[in-house]
Design a protein around this ligand. Sequence first.
Ligand SMILES: *[C@@H]1O[C@H](CO)[C@@H](O)[C@H](O)[C@H]1NC(C)=O
Ligand SMILES: *[C@@H]1O[C@H](CO)[C@@H](O)[C@H](O)[C@H]1NC(C)=O
Length: 461
Amino acid sequence: SEACGLQRGDRVTAILPRVPEWWLLNVACMRAGIVFIPGTSQLTAKDISYRLQASKAKCIITNDTLAPAVESVLPGSQFLKSKLIVGQGSRDGWLNLKELLAAASADHQCVKSRSQDPMLIYFTSGTTGFPKMAVHSHSSYGIGFATTGRYWMNLTPSDIMWNTSDTGWVKAAWGSLFAPWICGSCVFVHNMPQFKPEVIAKTLSRYPITAFCTAPTAFRMLVQHDVSSYKFPSLKHCVTGGEALNPEVLVKWKIQTGLDIHEGYGQSETVTICANTKGMKIKPGSLGKALPPYDVQVRGCVSLTIRYFLEMFDCFQDNPEKTAASVRGDFYLTGDRGIMDEEGYVWFVGRADDIINSAGYRIGPFEVESALIEHPAVSDVAVVSSPDPERGEVVKAFIVLAPAFKSHDPEKLIHELQQHVKKVTAPYKYPRKVEFVQDLPKTTTGKIQRNVLKNKEWGRA
Ligand SMILES: *[C@@H]1O[C@H](CO)[C@@H](O)[C@H](O)[C@H]1NC(C)=O
Ligand SMILES: *[C@@H]1O[C@H](CO)[C@@H](O)[C@H](O)[C@H]1NC(C)=O
């Protein structure tokens, strides 16, 4: 930290692929009391510039390939003091991690950080506005993952955990750092530039991975690829989260592998707050029950709220209005809509912003998508609201067709799909508009970007 001109409390941004140095730097910053800000390597120069200015980071860490993007925004980044390259490469004005490590002295004192000192900052991209900074303290993230790791991910010291997440996402901190660390488990890392189902399946069959986490969309791609011909000799526990998992995918995964998928729910601002833990009866489509020590309640217009607890994000940095808007008394408002059944299982309805209000009916996109994906013609789907002169807004489905259905008569197919939805769920939810597309806009972790489609529908793109 001295070589980089950093002191306790300073902030550092790291934009790196899944390389071992990412784990090293996380721990190094914790020990030095420096606040770590991971970012995904998909960030553009403009995104990087925004993050550097908003966070006032004094140092940026990246690799040789991504360095030019940082250099292009240097003139506007007056807070930045030092730049560090990980891996090969030497550039003017940049330090190199390997050289710093070689020169570092062996005795090092870990700072005595306080539990409320900030440790990590994540930029959380909501569906509206610029990304906001969620700050986590040493207490909130460390201990907060004890239940996540032990109960949801079912981790013990003899487990090997693989999470496919990019290091820039909060999921990497959950699945690849804190939870396995606290449980004493081994972390498996595969630096895959792209998500390919066959690579995932081969990796699971070749290595002794016991716990596997990936995004719901990734599980969907895996079951579509059909993994029944593979053997996963060590795999015992599968976990997913980050967006809702269609029940259909869960059922197919069970048929193809004999394993359940344990869905959990949390946000960048929290740790896991609801989960299907091992041994619990799984209700396909549900997020499971509140994980100790959380008190999850559904309030008002089915708004999911959690009793404010130690293991929560500390605040949206420099954004007191946003912080105030998300806290009501003892409760934190997630901004998500859900329902809870009589056994305490929580069911996701949608992001508050994604809910479609059609002629007074409130419709969550997820249930319509889940209904559509059950139909053999549908390979992928996103449901959003679309303007309508009579109803205000209506349900619109963007559908990627399965190859065998691409030559079918579109009019007939639309009618059939609408009938199918009316049959499997409450008829008012059926998509009045359907558009067939080649693919859907997705984030690098495979989350469908419904806001992109919705903005286009409403002429806001
Ligand atoms: C740097 O990271 C990017 C993004 O993951 C990757 O495409 C590139 O190959 C990496 N460069 C080096 C030199 O490792
Ligand atoms: C693992 O990574 C994926 C993204 O690749 C993410 O959606 C998922 O929720 C992660 N799992 C955990 C437990 O963090």
